[in-house]
Design a binder for this molecule. Structure first.
Ligand code: 13P
Length: 248
């Protein structure tokens, strides 16, 4: 049985105070033990404070990005060592917004995945096609390239999580149907099976893109969907806890 994950990507939202308040509400609102993991990814400035707030709770901390070196003259960047120090267990890598606005490539994502794993962070690797690519019918080849690219040279998959986030579904309210999402999730699991054999059965593949408490149950019921990476709906305790509640 794969343990599900519900991860909240707060993107560029929330001051330190707002982040701590949201983290506290999530921590206090969780009821009882679950057979999954709850993760929040605040902005860099709030990581340490949220990490302190979450200490001893069942909620894990994630960063939204990192650089692929431990330290050095890389003005403006944050290293995996710093993320570990702030209390992170996970790091989101290759989000489509980073690919689009900050020129992330399959190569840079791959370098970061390697470095994250070496530092003991679990990467949540994002892949997904644009609207144009789906219309052109090249969804599978895009996702194939992104998954192969991100995982090139990586032997152990135990700590790797994949997030399928169709770009057209992010922040648009246009959620993929459970059938559309499952088709790509199954494709990704087959591809990983081709690359890694039976390890593909254990890897968690999350869906992201306009997930809410009203659509998560149908998505999560699918065979190859192991949870969600949530943007907008993760910014309010009720929205996020409502999603978690549907998983338990
Ligand atoms: P929304 O849930 O706001 O569509 O964002 C999804 C996302 O990008 C999570 O990483």
């Amino acid at each position: 049985m794969r343990k599900w994950i519900v991860a909240g990507n707060w993107k560029m939202h929330n001051t330190i105070g707002e982040s701590v308040a949201l983290a506290r509400a999530i921590k206090e609102g969780l009821s009882g033990p679950t057979n999954g993991e709850v993760v929040v990814a605040p902005p860099f400035t709030a990581l340490a404070a949220v990490g302190d707030t979450l200490k001893g709770s069942a909620v894990a901390l994630a960063a939204q990005n990192m650089y692929c070196e431990d330290k050095g003259a890389f003005t403006g960047e944050i290293s995996p060592v710093m993320l570990k120090d702030a209390g992170c267990a996970y790091v989101i890598l290759g989000h489509s917004e980073r690919r689009k606005y900050f020129s992330e490539t399959d190569q840079s994502v791959n370098a970061k995945v390697k470095k994250a794993l070496a530092a003991g962070l679990k990467p949540i690797v994002c892949v997904g096609e644009t609207d144009e690519e789906r219309v052109q019918g090249v969804t599978q080849s895009v996702v194939d390239r992104q998954v192969r690219g991100a995982l090139a040279g990586i032997e152990k998959l135990d700590d790797v999580v994949i997030a399928y986030e169709p770009v057209w579904a992010i922040g648009t309210g246009k959620v993929a149907t459970s059938a559309q999402a499952e088709e790509v999730h199954a494709f990704i699991r087959d591809l990983i099976g081709e690359l890694y054999g039976s390890l593909s059965k254990g890897i968690r593949i999350l869906y992201g893109g306009s997930v809410t408490k009203d659509n998560i149950a149908e998505l999560a019921a699918m065979e190859d969907i192991d949870g969600a990476l949530v943007g907008g709906a993760s910014l309010k305790p009720d929205g996020f806890l409502g999603i978690v509640a549907k998983m338990t």
